[in-house]
Design a protein around this ligand. Structure first.
Ligand code: GLU
Length: 288
């Protein structure tokens, strides 16, 4: 076994897995196994409002059913709050986070006024709270809920140009401003996806991040956070997404395609994975 290679599958337990997840898990699993590496399972359950234990159980049952085995214990992000708080503190000490009091409604208004530009994941935050007077922001924080956002322009001015490698898409130069000042600490939970995933990929010794093309743009933010927090940069492999007949990305809410339904209906998970390997992995893309 080539212990140097470590890959993970990192689902969020806020819905049932569907065929797109089976495909993503299979690609990451095969990537690790074909290179003799380790394959880890990390449950990304930081969003306590949406994560549910029954979805964790369904994920484990689905992966067993698919015959995709992982190494070591299942990792839970909810066991790691302390390490997240530490990293948030470091970013604050670098003066890279600012309080944001915007609400969905106020951001919609800005959007309707046409002053917000569109990014790969939706409208880019217009920066309304970026230059609030610190004393005023501290006072508002006594009574109003707020999130903490990353001042991306300031962060890049500290790191300079950064690059990362995608084995499928080639060498990339980061443009994290495409996603704007992302939320690092949401209003209602201690940490948001971008920082948690970056810290955990480093902590788990992930050498190759294998995940879907829907997270391709996010990697620029992750690379920036790695530079700010002195973390290693893995190699990336963003795979294509499974789409339905109309070309739309498969969504968790579409219960008809959920793996649990297929599993409990007595379908063979092993055959499903074989079929995904044979028919759906796009021609011309090799894992090795
Ligand atoms: N937890 C994320 C999700 O389910 C994926 C994280 C990642 O692969 O980077 O969308």
């Amino acid at each position: 076994m080539n212990r140097d290679i470590v890959v993970r599958f990192a689902p969020s337990p806020n819905g049932l897995l569907h065929l797109g997840h089976a495909y993503a898990a299979m690609v990451a699993h095969d990537f690790a196994r074909e290179r003799g590496g380790r394959f880890l399972l990390r449950i990304e359950d930081i969003d306590s409002a949406r994560s549910r234990p029954e979805f964790v159980e369904a994920i484990l049952a689905d992966l067993h059913w698919l015959g995709l085995t992982w190494d070591g214990d299942v990792i839970f992000q909810s066991d790691r709050w302390d390490s997240y708080a530490d990293a948030v503190g470091r970013l604050k000490a670098m003066d890279l986070l600012y309080r944001c009091f915007c609400t969905r409604a106020s951001m919609r208004q800005v959007q309707e006024a046409g002053t917000q530009s569109e990014g790969p994941d939706g409208p880019i935050y217009a920066g309304t709270c970026r230059h609030l007077d610190p004393a005023f922001a501290t006072e508002r924080a006594q009574t109003e809920p707020y999130s903490w956002r990353l001042d991306v322009a300031r962060a890049i001015s500290m790191t300079g140009a950064l690059e990362w490698l995608d084995e499928r898409h080639g060498e990339q130069v980061i443009h994290p401003e495409k996603l704007g000042d992302v939320v690092i600490v949401p209003k209602d939970t201690p940490i948001a996806y971008h920082l948690a995933v970056t810290l955990d990929d480093a902590r788990d010794g992930i050498t190759h991040v294998v995940r879907g093309d829907d997270l391709f743009a996010s990697t620029d933010i992750h690379r920036l956070l790695q530079a700010l927090l002195d973390l290693p940069t893995p190699v990336y492999f963003h795979h294509p997404l499974l789409r339905d007949e109309s070309g739309a990305k498969l969504a968790k809410s579409r219960d008809s395609a959920s793996l649990s339904v297929l599993r409990t209906a007595g379908r063979s998970g092993y055959e499903l994975v074989q079929q995904l390997r044979r028919d759906i992995f796009p021609v011309g893309i090799s894992l090795s």
